[in-house]
Structures are given as C-alpha cells and as structure tokens.
Design a protein around this ligand. Structure first.
Ligand SMILES: Nc1ncnc2c1ncn2[C@@H]1O[C@H](COP(=O)(O)OP(=O)(O)OP(=O)(O)O)[C@@H](O)[C@H]1O
Ligand SMILES: [Mg+2]
Length: 163
C-alpha cells in the first residue's frame, strides 16, 4: 500500500471515531494527507511517527503559548490529535498563513546552522522563492524562534501570502 493510501485510511478512521465527515482533500504532500472536515477543521494524517511527534509537539507548544497568529501570518490552532492514528486536527486557516511543522526543530537548532556553505545556498534559494517578501519570512522565523520553534521547511505552500 502506498504512503498516501495508508495515511488516508488512518485519516478516515479518525473521522469515523470523531463522528466527522470529510469535505474534501486539501493537501497530499510528502509527509501526509490533509483533509478538510465538515466541522471547519483540517486533519493531517502523517506518514510516520517521527514526523507526527515532531509536528504534534510543536502544535502543543503553540497551544501552550496561545498562538493563533505570528506577525501577519495566521497559524492553525490545535483542535485535537490521535497518537495511534498519527492524526492532527487543527483549524483551517486562510492566507496569509504559516503551517506544516513536520520538519521543524523544538528547543534545539537545526544542525546545519553553523555550516556557512549550506546557509549561503539556503539563503540564496529562499530569496529566489520569496523575492521581496523574504524579509517578512525571516522576521516570522525569528518570532517562531522566540517560542523555541525552529522552522526548517519554509517554502511557498507552507508560507502563503494573501496577495
Ligand atoms: N490548517 C490548514 N488550513 C488550510 N490549509 C491547510 C491546512 N493544513 C494544510 N493545508 C493545505 O494542505 C497543504 C499540505 O499541508 P502540509 O504542508 O501540512 O502537508 P505536507 O505533507 O507536509 O506537505 P509538503 O510536504 O508538500 O510540504 C498545505 O500546503 C495547505 O495548502
Ligand atoms: Mg507542506
């Protein structure tokens, strides 16, 4: 069975257990399947436990800090989660938003930060992706850092602007 169909099965099981219905599939990235529910929430079924734990723990940190917004960016609020089904249920957000914390580091910096060559190449790529919005993205990243959350996967799709 493919990653996608296996995760989809767990997402459907979660819906059943919570008495929810699926409205539509809104994302099927590399790390999981995302469905919109008839409850106005999104559920993300992760492909593996490591990514699930990472993302769940970050949503728990955001919940502890009562964060629904960072700067101009909406951040989904945690609604519920299921450790066996590897499912995170969160609010649906509209752009501008930042989401997808499955690759983020909590209370520790990514190991590549002190490699100048990697960082220079990363910065070049990000400038190209975000163009004149790059300073806003950088400032948002440092706001997350203040919460102990080190984003490692900022890219269009995970960071969306309203215009
Ligand atoms: N809470 C949400 N509100 C609105 N849209 C969402 C939400 N969660 C996910 N999405 C949509 O689903 C897409 C995929 O979600 P996410 O990035 O979390 O999954 P992923 O598998 O890690 O994706 P990828 O590997 O492509 O980055 C997002 O880019 C976004 O368009
Ligand atoms: Mg993503």
């Amino acid at each position: 069975m493919s990653f996608h169909s296996e995760s989809l099965k767990r997402a459907e099981e979660y819906l059943k257990r919570r008495n929810l219905s699926m409205k539509k599939e809104i994302g099927g990235g590399t790390q999981g399947v995302v469905l919109a529910t008839t409850n106005g929430t999104a559920i993300k079924a992760l492909n593996d436990t490591v990514c699930y734990m990472r993302e769940r723990n970050i949503y728990l940190r955001l919940q502890e800090c009562d964060i629904g917004k960072i700067g101009e960016f909406n951040v989904p609020r945690l609604v519920s989660y299921h450790d066996e089904l590897l499912v995170i249920e969160m609010q649906i957000v509209l752009a501008p938003y930042v989401l997808d914390f499955a690759s983020a580091y909590l209370d520790s910096e990514p190991p590549y930060l002190d490699d100048p060559q990697i960082m220079a190449e990363w910065e070049r790529e990000k400038r190209e992706q975000f163009e004149d919005r790059w300073p806003e993205v950088k400032s948002m990243m440092s706001d997350f850092k203040a919460l102990g959350i080190h984003l490692a996967d900022v890219k269009p799709g995970n960071v969306m602007f309203a215009d």
